[in-house]
Unconditional design. Sequence first.
Length: 202
Amino acid sequence: MEESNEDMLVSEDTYLTSGVHIGTQQKSESMKPFIFKVRNDGLYVLDVTQTDKRISTIAKFLSRFPPERILLVSARQYGNKPIQRFSDIVGTMCLAGRFMPGILTNPSIPNFLEPEVVIVVDPTADRQAIREAVNIGIPIIGLVDTNNTLENVDIALPTNNKGRKALALVFWLLAREVQMNNGKIENRDEFEYSVDDFEQTL
């Protein structure tokens, strides 16, 4: 993690305090490039400089789409508030909780949606959304932990995707950077939300 803090969206300490780097005790082959080390307790640790770079890349990518054609999905409870808050600020669609089969593939159901890109909080928990996004051929951005595979994930965002504070920070940063890229704010200081606004309450 040799990158200087000046080049990062927030300090390395901020990432570490929020637990963005904390992985699981499993690692998949495809996640190896994002892993910084393994701790004595067997937990794999993610390289937050790569997380930081990916947030910038993904924000630029998302700014190419109309916000209302971006869909965020989270079956995980701790992802619910972060994606809802992101959706409110940026103007995207979001589905928190159970993903009903056919939402992306069956135009005859009342809650049918037509996104141009999908963001999933956990490829394992959100596999139904991934399956349908693959079916209709739209890009998939996945928040991926050390135990996830990158199968069908087009752009990976390596992060602890199970922690409350980690998810709040990642979606706060994504929202801020997307708003910057979309010209909604001129500098980062104008972003009027705090990380706490994104954090799921217990």
